[in-house]
Design a protein around this ligand. Structure first.
Ligand SMILES: [Zn+2]
Length: 244
């Protein structure tokens, strides 16, 4: 007996694999993160409150840009910002949201990540902004996120977490991992003093260089040391995991 036809089955499987990878990389806490990917006429998004390990392709929720959804599951409580980001950013196909430890810690201080390291340019500009706080799942949070992402591919969310976008799930996840690495570096540098910041002209050079080298190379793994997941001080696990 053949299984009932399910639209975008391969993409649903990729969303599930990416969600599990996000947690395996240590850049998310439990069920708190969520992901989406554009499909014709709308997008697919992870369901609310489900353990990633238990997800089946049919659990991924198909939504349209008017907020309507199909299927047996309710969409992520953050479907608003997935919807609005994908609508506002036609060049982006995937949105990854996590509560990564260091990015979230900085966001709880309301701090953006300035140009303390040239890799900040991987997010598209000379800073990774921190969107103002709004209650999770609200349109207000969505508006803040879209605005913080203007001209950028990643942002922090005050007292909440971070968002990374990409043309693929793989690129968005790689960027989320990079943002967390940068947040961890910045956090550590702040323990000692005020980091030296690169000026706008230098960051413009770096951004141009990244453009010349190609998005795919920037998003995939241009600099091995910056792409490692920082060890969690709480767990004491020091082994770095390389993506891919
Ligand atoms: Zn969240």
């Amino acid at each position: 007996m053949s299984a009932p036809r399910l639209a975008h089955r391969a993409l649903r499987l990729e969303i599930i694999a990416t969600a599990r990878r996000m947690n395996a990389l240590g850049i998310n806490q439990g069920k708190s993160g969520n992901l989406s990917h554009r499909v014709p006429g709308g997008f697919l998004v992870t369901p609310t409150g489900m353990d990633y390990d238990a997800l089946e392709p049919a659990d991924i929720v198909a939504m349209e840009f008017d907020g309507s959804h199909r299927g047996p599951r309710l969409p992520s409580s953050e479907w608003h910002f997935h919807c609005d980001i994908l609508a506002a950013r036609p060049e982006a196909n995937a949105v990854v949201h996590t509560h990564a430890m260091f990015a979230t810690a900085l966001a709880c201080l309301g701090r953006e990540i300035p140009a303390f390291h040239y890799m900040v340019a991987v997010a598209g500009g000379d800073s990774i902004r921190c969107a103002p706080y709004a209650t999770f799942g609200t349109e207000a949070l969505s508006r803040h996120a879209v605005s913080a992402l203007e001209g950028r591919k990643a942002c922090l969310l005050a007292n909440h977490g971070m968002i990374a976008v990409g043309d693929t799930l793989k690129a968005a996840l790689a960027l989320a991992q990079e943002v967390e690495t940068l947040a961890a570096m910045y956090w550590r540098a702040l323990q000692v003093g005020a980091p030296n910041l690169l000026d706008a002209a230098e960051m413009a050079r770096v951004i141009e260089k990244f453009r010349t080298y190609g998005q795919q190379k920037v998003a995939s793994d241009p600099h091995p040391p910056a792409s490692r997941v920082p060890p969690s001080p709480a767990s004491g696990r020091g082994a770095s995991k390389r993506r891919r």
